[in-house]
Design a protein around this ligand. Structure first.
Ligand SMILES: NC(=O)c1ccc[n+]([C@@H]2O[C@H](COP(=O)([O-])OP(=O)(O)OC[C@H]3O[C@@H](n4cnc5c(N)ncnc54)[C@H](OP(=O)(O)O)[C@@H]3O)[C@@H](O)[C@H]2O)c1
Length: 247
């Protein structure tokens, strides 16, 4: 069993990009890392990397689009602990940037499977473990594209990126987070976007062919901040690394 003094976190999509960097940073703080990865080999390589750095990391095979996979992930975590302090719903799919006139329900549905139903599937399944913690926190990784304020600001590049699936999936995730926060006050539910909205920047990862101006460390500042908030911390807020983001 995991040492009860150690903070524990599940990071979905933890095998690379922002998920891996979040796992690395929280692991360096002495946290137990349950590293979710839909591909066992990629996940094991990431866990091996963390273990080499002295992190207590455990592989959790986890495809957020599969009920069976999420159920098995809960069982796997339960082998090691009877409570979980933090869940970070980081796994995300960018979609294919299909022009709205050409977008089909099927295309949108596949993005929602990962970005909307995935976090709900994972959160719902892990609620009993979270509820056993003293200060449980759920961090949802969203995007500036999920903000109505940002998307309707003509100075923001995303206002000219015409697509339906990704931005609306993150907007749905934002609302879902607020509704969880209102309904479950014993758990902190917050939303982090990896970029700097005011500076129109994002973090370089495979999702954007590494074109972002920010490093993954900068990109995870908002995620780490929300993962580490104390008992008096907020619930139902939306931040980037610079501060509050308008919904
Ligand atoms: N980079 C940015 O600046 C930026 C900006 C806004 C929002 N975000 C959000 O940040 C999060 C992380 O993205 P990233 O930039 O780090 O991209 P990334 O490097 O492409 O990582 C995405 C991660 O999600 C995993 N994933 C995808 N579908 C999954 C599924 N069905 N089940 C489990 N894991 C799955 C991927 O696994 P595989 O390796 O198996 O594909 C990978 O680990 C996403 O939610 C993204 O929307 C990023």
């Amino acid at each position: 069993m995991t040492n009860s003094e150690q903070t524990s976190v599940l990071v979905t999509g933890g095998n690379k990009g922002l998920g891996f960097e979040t796992a690395r940073r929280l692991g360096a703080e002495g946290w137990t890392i349950f590293l979710g990865s839909r591909d066992r080999g990629r996940g094991q390589a990431a866990v091996d990397d963390l273990v080499e750095r002295g992190v207590n990391a455990i592989l959790v095979p986890l495809d957020v689009t599969s009920d069976e996979s999420v159920t098995a992930a809960v069982q796997r975590v339960r082998v090691h602990t009877d409570r979980l302090d933090v869940v970070i719903n980081n796994a995300g799919a960018p979609g294919n940037s299909v022009a709205p006139a050409d977008a089909t329900a099927a295309e949108i549905h596949s993005v929602y499977e990962t970005n909307v139903y995935g976090p709900v599937r994972v959160t719902h399944a892990f609620l009993p473990l979270l509820q056993a913690a003293d200060n449980p926190r759920v961090v949802m990784v969203t995007s500036a594209g999920g903000s109505f304020a940002v998307v309707t600001d003509s100075d923001q590049p995303v206002s000219k990126l015409h697509e339906l699936a990704y931005s609306s999936s993150k907007a749905a995730l934002n609302m879902i987070t607020v509704r969880y926060a209102q309904a479950l006050p014993a758990i902190k539910f917050n939303v982090a976007t990896p970029g700097e909205v005011a500076n129109r920047t994002f973090a370089a990862t495979d999702m954007n062919n590494n074109t972002g101006a920010l490093t993954v460390t900068e990109g995870t500042d908002s995620i780490v901040r929300l993962a580490t908030i104390g008992p008096e911390g907020p619930s139902g807020i939306f931040i980037d690394r610079l501060g509050s983001v308008a919904w």
